[in-house]
Design a protein around this ligand. Structure first.
Ligand code: PMP
Length: 481
């Protein structure tokens, strides 16, 4: 069968700043890559092309030779020029944009390298995750979740977009839950977010001026994020003791405080009742707004923590954050923010522009958990499991790390903050542990200055992994100290 001859219905723009032979190359490669000119189809002769394009024959020859050199066309003295390839070689004709410089131009800052490494290696096969801040897959409540989704199949009316503040049924359920914890929050003052991280992101872009200062405990989970610095805010660290933040070190008034009073990430510190009262009074007197992050409040192991700061708040000073991520499943991506209606609505308006709302399936699932009594029952069992894991972890630390490090007994949540002697290079320890396929979280990713700690978590690794990992940790510390 004779291959078809293509038709040419275009001619170069002689007034354009692009050389004419280049325009011809772009035209022919465009026709081929779009599929208009198929492999094997033949081009008109050089003479005819020169006439169609209204250019000298030498210009046509230059363009055809270049396309032939890329392997896109092939010339045959008998039959003229034909299309040879429509694949990779087409890319050669147009250099890709310099994405390297584009990706460096955005305003959102990249993670520090250690966090980038951790984020990638967490998913490496057979890695032991000794610092991960989430529940082990072994603790995933499969039966509970299948019951929830079974019930939902009858309950969900649609999976359309939801209103700006989130599913009313969920906000109502949360309002009742919070009331039991001493927090007065009308559903109109609750915003459902895609995880509490999104609440921080919305706060950073909606209600703070670039240049303002965000105070936080030093160290803090917040310091491991680029959310506030990317929006132009400065983070300032405030030291802590065993009762929590040493608030009297807060100096600036054009600022805001972010705090994790209950089972602080990464140190596990539980702010005492009296420190909470003093802190609240201090901030009230200075009209210093507070973001209270209560991600871990439900995960107490020995006794319930003191009441949240938010319970003292009668004037809307505090933006209170909660999440389902730590107690159940970060993959649901459900968090909530409680604050004055004006703030919640402003954040909700921006949230509609950012993602049109958190997953509707997840919002229904959490509603079902909260309303059916399933969640509180689940939490009782979870605490018992975490208590076992904590105690086992502490036993292992006593056995292998006594004399090499110090730590306090966490009263809730996931973390043991293990302090090492000055002689240990924590970065070196991180890399040496990786050689044994063990991932730890170096404390300096959370801190404002160099620190000599690592964050261990007893929530993720299996008992066997924890045993192996802590033993290895001791060996490596012995070797490098
Ligand atoms: N706050 C604290 C204190 C956390 O530890 C985390 C997760 N590490 C988050 C917020 C964010 O969690 P999420 O966005 O999954 O709710």
């Amino acid at each position: 069968m004779q291959n078809s001859r293509v038709t040419v219905d275009w001619c170069p723009d002689k007034s354009a700043p692009i050389p004419i032979y280049q325009q011809i190359i772009n035209y022919i490669s465009g026709k081929i890559s779009s599929g208009d000119w198929t492999i094997g189809s033949r081009l008109p002769s050089q003479r005819v092309l020169a006439k169609c394009f209204d250019v000298n024959r030498s210009t046509v020859i230059r363009a055809l030779e270049e396309l032939s050199s890329y392997g896109i066309l092939e010339g045959d003295s008998g039959k003229g020029t034909a299309v040879k390839s429509n694949t990779w070689s087409l890319l050669m004709t147009t250099a890709p944009p310099d994405w390297g410089s584009y990706v460096k131009s955005g305003t959102f800052q990249e993670n520090v390298p250690t966090i980038q490494t951790i984020n990638k290696l967490e998913f490496k096969k057979d890695i032991i995750r000794l610092g991960t801040g989430e529940l082990s897959p072994d603790l995933f409540p499969r039966d509970l979740m299948s019951e929830v989704f079974h019930r939902l199949s009858a309950r969900i009316p649609s999976l359309n977009y939801l209103e700006p503040l989130g599913l009313p049924e969920l906000r109502h359920a949360l309002s009742l839950r919070l009331k039991k914890q001493g927090i007065d929050a009308d559903p109109s003052c609750i915003l459902i977010t895609s995880g509490s991280l999104q609440a921080l992101q919305l706060i950073s872009v909606c209600i703070l001026k670039p240049g303002s200062v965000v105070y936080t405990e030093s160290p803090s989970y917040l310091k491991s994020l680029q959310v506030f610095p990317s929006a132009g805010m400065k983070l300032a660290g405030v030291p802590m003791d065993r009762e929590g933040i040493l608030y009297w070190n807060i100096k600036s008034e054009d600022a805001l405080l972010y705090t994790i009073p209950s089972f602080h990430n990464p140190t596990g510190i539980l702010m005492s009742e009296s420190r909470r009262q003093e802190l609240f009074r201090f901030c009230s007197n200075r009209r210093l707004p507070i973001i209270e992050d209560n991600a871990y409040g439900d995960l107490w192991l020995d006794e319930a923590p003191p009441m949240a700061l938010k319970t003292m708040d009668k004037n809307g000073m505090i933006l209170y954050l909660g999440t389902i991520s730590k107690t159940l499943a970060p993959g649901l991506r459900i968090g909530w923010l409680v604050g004055p209606q004006s703030v919640v609505e402003r954040l909700g308006d921006v949230k509609m522009q950012v993602d049109y709302g958190a997953s509707s399936v997840s919002q229904w699932a959490v509603t079902e958990l909260f309303t059916g009594g399933l969640y509180d029952h689940y939490l009782i069992g979870l605490r018992a499991e975490l208590r076992k894991r904590r105690d086992r972890c502490l036993q292992l630390l006593d056995r292998h790390l006594a004399g090499l490090a110090t730590w306090d007994i966490p009263k809730g949540s996931f973390y043991v903050w293990v302090r090492l002697s000055e002689r240990i290079q924590v970065d070196q320890l991180f890399h040496l542990m990786l050689k044994d396929n063990i991932l730890i979280n170096p404390g300096n990713v959370y801190d404002f200055e160099k620190n000599q700690a690592i964050r261990l978590s007893y929530a993720y690794a299996s008992e066997k992994e924890m045993e192996f990992g802590i033993q290895k940790l001791a060996e490596v510390i012995q070797r490098i100290r």
